[in-house]
Write a protein that binds this ligand. Structure first.
Ligand code: 1HE
Length: 271
C-alpha cells in the first residue's frame, strides 16, 4: 500500500473497545482496550461480528491489530466468574459463530501481532488468514493453569497450524513461545521488527486486495474445506473451483496481460 493512502472512516457502529477505518479498499480494525490488554469481553466479540459482517462491498481485504503493548490477553476473565454450564456452552458458541465470520467472511484478514497473543487472543489470530508477528510477540494458552479450556475454536484451528502435540504442551505446561519460535512452527508466516508489523500487514492486505474476488474466495473458503476432505472429493472440488475461477473474465484479462508481457513476473523471495 502506498504510504500516502489516506485513512477515512468506515460507517460501522462499533463499541469503544474497537475502532475501524479504511485505507483505500483495505479495512483496518484496531482492538482499542489497551488498559485491559485488549481482553475480549462479550461486547468486543459482538463488535467483531458487526465489523466483519458489515464491511462495505468495495472493501477487499482487512487488517486487525491491537493498541498498546499487546495484541490480546484473550477472554475477559472478569466475565467468566458467574457462568453455569449452559451459559458456558452458549458463550463458546458465540465465539465460534463470530470467529467463523472472520475465517469464512467477506474478505481475507491479516492479523498483525505484538506482545501477548494468548488464550482467546491466539484463537482470534488463528481465525485470520495471514499472521504477521512483530518480534515482541509471544504466544500462550494459559487456560490449562486457570482451570478452564479454550472455547473460541482453538482446538480446531491451532492444531492445524502447529499440531496437536505442541498445543497439548502449551496447555498442559503453560509453555509460551517466542515470535521466532512461532514463526518457525507456523503460527506466523511473517516476522517483523517491533513497530513494523502494521505497515507490513497493510502492504500484504493491499496485495491481497489486488487479486480477483473469485480467487480470494477460492483460497479462503474452498481451500480449507478441500484440505479437510478425502483426496478424491478434494480433486473433484478443486477441478470445479479452478474451472470457475479461470472462466471469470478478469482471469482471462490477467492471463492475456501476462502473455502480452504486461504483467509482473514471479520474483525470487526477498532475503
Ligand atoms: C485482564 C486480562 C484478561 C489483563 N481478562 N482482565 N488470558 C489470560 O490468562 C492472560 C491474563 N493476562 C495476563 O497474563 C497479563 O495481563 C498480560 C501478560 C497479558 C499483560 O501483563 P501486564 O503486566 O502488561 O498487564 P496486567 O497488569 O496484568 O493487566 C492490566 C489490566 O488488564 C489489569 O486490570 P486492572 O484493573 O488491575 O488494571 C488486568 O486484570 C487486566 N487484564 N488480562 C480480564 N484476560 C473463548 S475461551 C478463551 C479462554 C482464554 O482466553 S483464557 C486466557 C485468558
Amino acid at each position: 500500500m502506498s504510504s500516502s493512502e489516506q485513512t477515512s472512516p468506515l460507517a460501522i457502529s462499533l463499541p469503544a473497545s474497537l475502532h475501524g477505518e479504511r485505507r483505500g479498499n483495505v479495512a483496518v480494525l484496531t482492538l482499542t482496550r489497551p488498559e485491559k490488554r485488549n481482553a475480549l469481553n462479550d461486547t468486543t466479540v459482538l463488535g467483531l461480528e458487526t465489523f466483519f459482517t458489515s464491511l462495505p462491498d468495495d472493501i477487499a481485504a482487512a487488517v486487525i491489530h491491537g493498541a498498546g503493548d499487546h495484541f490480546s490477553a484473550g477472554l475477559d476473565l472478569s466475565e467468566l466468574q458467574e457462568r453455569d454450564i449452559r451459559q458456558g456452552i452458549s458463550h463458546s458458541g458465540l465465539w465460534h459463530r463470530v470467529f467463523d465470520k472472520i475465517q469464512f467472511g467477506k474478505v481475507p484478514v491479516v492479523a498483525v501481532l505484538h506482545g501477548a497473543v494468548v488464550g482467546g487472543g491466539l484463537e482470534l489470530a488463528a481465525a485470520c488468514h495471514i499472521r504477521v508477528a512483530e518480534r515482541s510477540t509471544y504466544y500462550g494458552l494459559p487456560e490449562g493453569s486457570r482451570g478452564i479450556y479454550v472455547g473460541g475454536g482453538g482446538s480446531v484451528r491451532i492444531p492445524r497450524l502447529i499440531g496437536v502435540a505442541r498445543m497439548m504442551d502449551m496447555m498442559l505446561t503453560g509453555r509460551t513461545y517466542s515470535a521466532e519460535d512461532g514463526q518457525a512452527m507456523g503460527l506466523s508466516t511473517y516476522l517483523t521488527e517491533p513497530g513494523d508489523g502494521l505497515a507490513r500487514g497493510l502492504a500484504l492486505a493491499q496485495r491481497i486486495a489486488g487479486n480477483t474476488r473469485l480467487t480470494n474466495f477460492a483460497i479462503t473458503h474452498v481451500l480449507p474445506r478441500i484440505a479437510e476432505v478425502d483426496p478424491t472429493s478434494g480433486y473433484a472440488v478443486e477441478s470445479l473451483i479452478s474451472s470457475i475461477a479461470q472462466a471469470d473474465s478478469e482471469a482471462k484479462n490477467r492471463l492475456n496481460a501476462f502473455l502480452e508481457g504486461r504483467a509482473n513476473k514471479v520474483t525470487r523471495p526477498e532475503s
